[in-house]
Design a protein around this ligand. Structure first.
Ligand code: SF4
Length: 457
């Protein structure tokens, strides 16, 4: 079992306007961040339209639908539910009508004070229609808008109530606003294409619409686009340089993305190199488990001198294993998804590189696949440290009782998985994998040390 995705957000202002179409392309590029539901909201002549539904971007949007939606501003979202469950009403962008007009909101992350905020708002009369924490954010903005003169000021005031992970795109009839939590858990970058201004969870979405990467928003920063003018509000920016989720580099993000100035692919290669330095093994071939293990396998092979080969053929026509929410479906999914290359692994001592081990069930199956294909030895190398604690910030790394590394040492676990050896990326090496990132990191699921005191929320 691997880890479920979180969400992807996108926003575009372009006076020449085919923004629904651009958002559609961008959401395609962000599809790896969430496959349960998706949506697009647009503004045309100050009128908001939106469409959201369960399913993949390519299935949900037709050319007719995109034509109906077209406008000069748009917000898009792909979702995997880390809060609120996979229900139609929880699909985003959320759009709301309130006394000051209309708002659309797309959110990636997870609030750690959602329950207390929701109770507070409900006691003051709020009625929520979804079970997501994103609706709490939208409500907070609408409430603050009643007390101040502009939507950007309302966002600025509302985010002060929020604790946890949020990368947001908010759209009013005239303004597009991007905001990032003060800890900077989830990525959010800005790009430009001539006069157009674009925001996205990852730079691969900027590439998809032909925009140039400008920069990451700083933790706590709010950036507003009004009539093509870009302004920044930095009231909530912290003194330190934040706590970006380091697992974005290892697993979540696409390898062709840059986050905070660091190539995701290069970070994975570095992880593979460090693994090879600390956990070498005599072997004939290095194979990466697609997709996140592939770049790390490059690194292991480069550092060790052992040749790398394509050890698995991935079936491209099913979703990632962990889309299926039921355990039984997930197990079936692994068998359908990955087929070992017998010609590569038969009779060989194989180093198998994967990104992480959560429950251990998927790794065990993959080792068995390799053995069945004739591998003489299977040595597992994992390009992240052991998970010892859950995530509260927008991913579904589960409770300790479900984390296999909380119960077994690597040697024991290796045996349990049927491998000849098992090693993880050393904690000391974790922060070294992204030397070009101009930010600090969250590594709470590997260390139990979180940037926010979640236990007391
Ligand atoms: S706890 Fe782990 S997965 Fe969650 S934000 Fe921190 S590093 Fe990322």
């Amino acid at each position: 079992m691997a880890i479920h995705e979180e969400c992807g957000v996108f926003g575009i202002w372009d006076k020449n306007g085919s923004c629904a179409e651009e958002t559609y392309y961008a959401l395609y590029a962000l599809q790896h961040r969430g496959q349960e539901s998706c949506g697009i909201a647009t503004i045309n002549d100050r009128e908001m339209s939106s469409y959201r539904a369960q399913g993949l971007v390519g299935d949900v949007f037709t050319p007719e639908k995109l034509r109906e939606l077209n406008g000069t501003m748009a917000v898009g979202h792909v979702r995997y539910s880390t809060s609120g469950g996979n229900k139609q009403e929880n699909a985003q962008p959320l759009s709301l009508r309130y006394v000051k007009g209309t708002l659309a909101l797309a959110h990636n992350g997870n609030l750690v004070n959602a329950a207390s905020l929701k109770t507070r708002y409900e006691y003051s009369g709020a009625i929520f229609h979804t079970t997501t924490d994103s609706e709490i954010i939208a409500y907070a903005i609408a409430q603050e808008r009643l007390r101040c003169g502009s939507v950007e000021e309302a966002v600025n005031r509302a985010v002060k109530h929020l604790r946890g992970a949020f990368s947001l795109i908010v759209m009013s009839p005239q303004k597009l606003i991007a905001a990032r939590d003060p800890w900077g858990f989830r990525p959010l970058c800005m790009g430009r294409r001539e006069d157009a201004v674009v925001f996205a969870s990852e730079s691969c979405a900027l590439d998809a619409v032909g925009a140039e990467y400008v920069r990451e928003l700083d933790p706590g920063e709010i950036v507003m686009v009004y009539n093509g003018e870009v302004t920044s509000i930095r009231d909530n920016c912290p003194q330190d340089n934040g706590h970006l989720c380091i697992f974005e580099y290892i697993y979540f993000a696409r390898p062709d993305s840059f986050i905070a100035g660091q190539s995701v692919h290069e970070a994975r290669v570095m992880a593979g190199r460090y693994l090879a330095r600390r956990s070498p093994v005599d072997a004939d071939v290095v194979v990466g488990v697609p997709d996140s293990g592939l770049s790390a396998a490059d690194g292991y092979a480069l550092e060790s001198g052992i040749p790398k080969a394509t050890g698995f053929i991935k079936n491209r026509y099913i979703g990632r294993t962990f889309i299926a929410p039921e355990q039984s479906e997930r197990e079936k999914g692994v068998r359908i998804k990955l087929n070992p290359q017998k010609a590569v692994v038969a009779g060989k001592r194989v180093v198998m590189i994967d990104d992480s081990i959560v429950r251990g069930t998927t790794s065990k199956q993959i080792v068995k696949l390799l053995r069945d294909a004739g591998a003489k030895e299977v040595h597992i190398r994992i390009s992240s440290p052991e998970f010892i604690s859950p995530c509260y910030f927008g991913t579904d790394i589960p409770d300790r009782k479900d984390l296999v590394s909380c119960r077994y040492k690597p040697d024991e676990l290796g045996k349990l998985l049927g491998a000849d050896s098992l090693a993880f990326l050393a904690l000391e090496d974790l922060h070294k994998i992204a030397p070009n990132a101009n930010c600090g990191f969250c590594d709470g699921c590997f260390t139990e040390k979180y940037p926010i005191g979640v236990e007391w929320e």
